[in-house]
Design a binder for this molecule. Structure first.
Ligand code: 3H9
Length: 712
C-alpha cells in the first residue's frame, strides 16, 4: 500500500489498488475527537484530488468503526466547522464505501450514512444512541436514516437509541452487504473497485421513496409522541428527534439539516443532556477499582453454578443463560428443582408470548440451564453463586459444603443482600475466594450488581466478580462489607420516611404522585404493592421480637393483618380489579391510616409536595455521605449508578447525588440539621455532608474516605 500521509496520525490516508483508504485510528473506540473530523476531511479532499484514485474506503482501526462524537467535548465551546465530511462526500465525484466492524454509532453511523455504500461484518452493530445522552443525531442522521428505512422505523431506532445488529441493519436497508470478517479491508477494497464506475453516485440525501410512507400515514408523528409520553416525560430530546424526522418528510433535505442543527444546539447544554452525560461516564468509572495490581491475573470464569432454585436463584440462572453462559442450577430435592425450572420456563414463555423473545431463543436459553441435585455435580465449575435463604446459619452451612465440594481455585460468591460476608467466608477454609455478589429483584432484569469485598477477599476474586457481572450484562459496582452494603443501605432511610410521612398525614397517593412526577416509573407505595407487603412485615416482626425498643410500622402491619398483601391479594396500599395492575385509590386504606393514627396518637397534618420529595431523597443523600465517610463505597458516582440501575431513579436526573448537587450541599445540610432537631437521631447529619456544606464542593465528586477504604 502506498502511503500518502503520515502513519502516526489519528486519521491515515493511503492508496491501494487505486482505492483511497481512510483509516480512523483514535483508540479505544475511534470517537470523533479533536483532529479526527479534520483528518477525515483532509483525507477525503486528498482522495478526491488524486486522479489515480477511483473510489475510497472509510474504515476504523482497532476494535470499531467509529463510536460517535467525542462525548467529552460536549458542553465545551468549539468552533463552528468550516467544512463537514458529510457535505464533502455528497459533493464528491467518487464513491466512498464505509467498511464497518465493531460499532458504528452516532456520528460514526452518520459518517457511514453519508457514504455511498456501507458494508459490514456480521457481528457489527450500528445505531443512533444520541437520545440516551439527551441530544439528537446532529450529523444528518435524522434526515438520512428515514430516507433509508422509512420515517416510522427511523423514529423507533432514534428514540430507542438501540444498537442494531448488522444482519438486521442489512434487512432494513442501512447496510448494503454483509461480508466475511477475516479481512474487512480487502473486502472493502474489492467492493470499492466493483462500484467505482457506477453513476450516478447513490446519495442517501436523494432517496425519496421511503419517505412516501408518511404521506399514507400522516398521523404517525403524533402517534409516536403519544406513545412515548410516559417514558419521555420531563425530557425534550425524544420529542426533538421526532420533530427532526417529521422535518425529513416535510422539508427539503437542507432545511431538515438546518432544523436538526438548531435543535441539536438547543439540547447540547440542556440539564437532561448534562445529567445523562454524567451518567454515561459514571457507568464507565464504576468498573474501576483503584489499587488493584495492574498485572493482576484475573481467574477466568467459563462455567458457573447457582445454589438454590428459588425465585432469586432462578433469576440468576436466567441472567447467565441470557448471555449465552452455561449454568448449573442446584437444589437438593426434585420438587424444588422442578418448581424452579418451571418458574424459569414460565418467565421465558411470557416473553415469547409478548413477542420480545423468539421461541428458538427460549429453547436455547433453557438448554443452557442444567438442573442438578448434588454438590458433586457442580464441583468442577469455575464459580458458584449461592442464592439460598437470607439467614446467616443457612448460608454458612451452604458455604461449608461448597468449600468441601468445589475444585481448588473455584470462586465462591454469595447473593446476600445484607449479611456479613466475612461471617459467610469464615465458614470456609478459603475466605480469599469468597465475595458477595448482590443481584437485585428480578435478578434477570435488574442491572445493578453489587460486588461485596470481604476482609479477606483476594484482589483477583474481587476483579473476577466484577468481570463476571459485566459478562452477564450487569453493571458491577464495588461495595464495602456493612449492613445493607451500599445500594440497599442508601435506600432504607427513604423507605422509612415514606412510611413515617403517611403516619404524619401524607397519603400514599400523594407520595406516589410526587415521585412519579419527579420521574420514577411508579411511586414507592405502588411498588410495595407489586413486591408484596408481607416480606417487610415478617422482617419487622422478627426485629420486634429481638428488640423491645424497635419502632415498628403499625399502618402496613394493620393492612397485612387484614389480608391486604398487595397486588397478589387484589389489595394493599391500593385496590386492584381482577386481572388489572392499575392501582385504584381505596377509601378503606385512608380509614385504616386515620384509625391507626388515632390509636397511636400520631399527629396528622398536610404535606406539600416538595417536602415529600426532599424528605425521601435527603434521607438517602445523608446515608450515602455516611457510607462514603466510612469508606464503604469508592465514589459518590457509584451510588448514582446503583440508583439508576437498581431503583428506577430517573436517568435524566443523573442519580441521587447528581440531583442533590442541583440543590447544593449547603441547603441540604441546613434542612437536615433542622430535621435532626425536630425528628431526632435518625436525621443526624453526616460529617462529610457538613464538610461539603461548609467548604463547598460537589456531592457527586465525593470519594470514599481513603483512610478507611480497603482498596485504593
Ligand atoms: C454523537 O455522535 C453526536 C453526533 O450526532 C454528532 C453531532 C455533531 N466519546 O464503553 P466502554 C470511552 S454522540 C468519548 O467501556 P465498551 C469510554 O468512556 C455519541 N469517550 O467500551 C471508555 O473510556 P475509559 C454517540 C467514549 O466496549 C472507553 O471509551 N455515541 C465514547 O463496553 C471504552 O468505552 C455513543 O453514545 C465517546 N463517544 O463499549 C456511543 N465512547 O476507558 C457511546 C466510548 O476512559 N459509547 N468512550 O473509561 C458506547 O456506547 C460504548 O462505549 C461502546 C463500546 C458500545 C462504543
Amino acid at each position: 500500500m502506498a502511503e500518502a500521509a503520515g502513519d502516526k496520525t489519528l486519521v491515515r490516508y493511503a492508496v491501494a489498488e487505486g482505492i483511497g483508504v481512510i483509516t480512523i485510528d483514535n483508540p479505544p473506540v475511534n470517537a470523533l475527537g479533536p483532529g479526527v473530523r479534520d483528518g477525515i476531511i483532509a483525507a477525503l479532499t486528498q482522495g478526491e484530488a488524486d486522479p489515480s484514485v477511483k473510489a475510497m474506503v472509510m474504515i476504523g482501526a482497532g476494535r470499531s468503526f467509529i463510536a460517535g462524537a467525542d462525548i467529552r467535548q460536549f458542553g465545551k465551546p468549539r468552533p463552528t466547522p468550516q467544512q463537514r465530511a458529510y457535505e464533502l462526500i455528497d459533493a464528491g465525484s467518487k464513491p466512498v464505501v464505509a467498511a464497518i466492524h465493531g460499532y458504528a454509532l452516532g456520528g460514526g453511523l452518520e459518517h457511514a450514512l453519508a457514504c455511498h455504500y456501507r458494508i459490514a461484518v456480521a457481528n457489527a452493530k450500528v445505531g443512533l444512541p444520541e437520545v440516551l445522552i439527551g441530544i439528537l443525531p446532529g450529523g444528518g442522521g435524522t434526515q438520512r436514516l428515514p430516507r433509508l428505512v422509512g420515517p416510522k422505523k427511523a423514529m423507533e431506532l432514534i428514540i430507542s437509541g438501540r444498537h442494531v445488529p448488522a444482519p438486521e441493519a442489512k434487512a432494513l436497508g442501512i447496510i448494503d452487504e454483509i461480508v466475511g470478517g477475516s479481512d474487512l479491508l480487502a473486502e472493502a477494497i474489492a467492493y470499492a473497485k466493483r462500484v467505482a464506475g457506477v453513476r450516478p453516485l447513490p446519495r442517501v440525501r436523494d432517496k425519496e421513496d421511503r419517505l412516501a410512507e408518511a404521506k399514507a400515514d400522516p398521523g404517525m408523528f403524533d402517534a409516536m409522541r403519544t406513545a412515548i409520553a410516559r417514558r419521555a416525560r420531563n425530557q425534550k430530546a425524544p420529542y426533538h428527534c421526532i420533530a427532526c424526522v417529521e422535518a425529513a418528510v416535510k422539508l427539503p433535505f437542507d432545511e431538515g439539516i438546518d432544523l436538526e442543527r438548531r435543535l441539536f444546539a438547543e439540547l447540547e447544554n440542556s440539564e437532561e443532556a448534562k445529567a445523562l452525560r454524567y451518567a454515561f461516564f459514571a457507568e464507565r468509572e464504576v468498573a474501576k477499582i483503584p489499587g488493584l495490581p495492574k498485572d493482576l491475573a484475573v481467574p477466568e470464569v467459563k462455567t458457573a453454578a447457582v445454589v438454590g432454585a428459588g425465585t432469586m436463584g432462578g433469576g440468576i440462572a436466567m441472567s447467565f443463560a441470557d448471555f449465552d453462559f452455561p449454568v448449573k442450577l442446584l437444589d437438593l430435592t426434585p420438587e424444588a428443582l422442578d418448581k424452579g425450572m418451571r418458574r424459569i420456563r414460565d418467565t421465558y414463555a411470557v416473553s415469547v408470548k409478548r413477542g420480545s423473545l423468539a421461541q428458538e431463543e427460549m429453547d436455547k436459553r433453557l438448554a443452557l440451564i442444567e438442573p442438578v441435585d448434588s454438590y458433586a455435580a457442580i464441583a468442577d465449575c469455575d464459580a458458584v453463586i449461592e442464592a439460598v435463604f437470607e439467614v446467616l446459619p443457612v448460608k454458612k452451612e451452604v458455604f461449608a459444603k461448597l468449600d468441601a465440594a468445589m475444585k481448588p481455585g473455584a470462586l465462591l460468591f454469595s447473593n446476600t443482600s445484607a449479611l456479613d460476608i466475612d461471617a459467610i467466608a469464615g465458614a470456609t477454609r478459603r475466605p480469599e475466594a469468597v465475595a458477595g455478589t448482590h443481584f437485585f429483584v428480578p435478578a434477570n432484569v435488574m442491572k445493578t450488581f453489587e460486588v461485596v469485598d470481604g476482609t479477606k477477599t483476594a484482589p483477583a476474586t474481587l476483579a473476577a466478580a466484577m468481570k463476571l457481572g459485566r459478562a452477564i450484562g450487569k453493571i458491577s459496582a464495588y461495595a464495602g462489607n456493612c449492613d445493607g452494603f451500599v445500594a440497599n443501605r442508601t435506600r432504607i432511610p427513604f423507605n422509612l420516611e415514606q412510611g413515617l410521612m403517611v403516619e404524619e398525614g401524607a397519603t400514599p397517593e400523594q407520595v406516589d404522585k410526587v415521585m412519579v412526577a419527579f420521574g420514577y416509573p411508579a411511586g414507592p407505595f405502588a411498588v410495595n404493592d407489586m413486591s408484596g407487603l408481607d416480606i417487610s412485615y415478617e422482617t419487622r416482626k422478627r426485629r420486634a421480637a429481638g428488640d423491645p425498643n424497635y419502632r415498628g410500622q403499625p399502618i402496613p402491619d394493620r393492612l397485612v393483618e387484614m389480608g391486604r398483601l398487595g397486588q397478589k391479594t387484589g389489595a394493599g396500599w391500593y385496590r386492584y380489579e381482577k386481572g388489572d395492575r392499575t392501582p385504584i385509590s381505596d377509601p378503606e386504606v385512608h380509614r385504616v391510616i386515620k384509625e391507626v393514627a388515632r390509636e397511636k396518637g400520631f399527629h396528622q397534618r398536610a404535606f406539600d409536595d416538595e417536602e415529600i420529595l426532599r424528605r425521601l431523597l435527603f434521607s438517602s443523600v445523608n446515608e450515602a455521605c455516611k457510607i462514603l465517610e466510612e469508606g464503604k463505597a469508592l465514589r459518590a458516582s457509584d451510588i448514582d449508578v446503583m440508583w439508576l440501575n437498581g431503583f428506577g431513579f430517573p436517568r435524566y436526573r443523573g442519580g441521587l447525588m447528581y440531583w442533590a448537587d442541583q440543590i447544593g450541599a449547603r441547603d441540604i445540610y441546613n434542612q437536615i440539621a433542622i430535621w435532626h432537631q425536630r425528628y431526632g437521631a435518625r436525621w443526624e447529619p453526616s460529617r462529610l455532608l457538613k464538610q461539603l456544606a461548609e467548604q463547598g464542593g460537589l456531592l457527586r465528586e465525593a470519594k470514599g474516605d481513603s483512610a478507611k477504604l480497603r482498596r485504593g
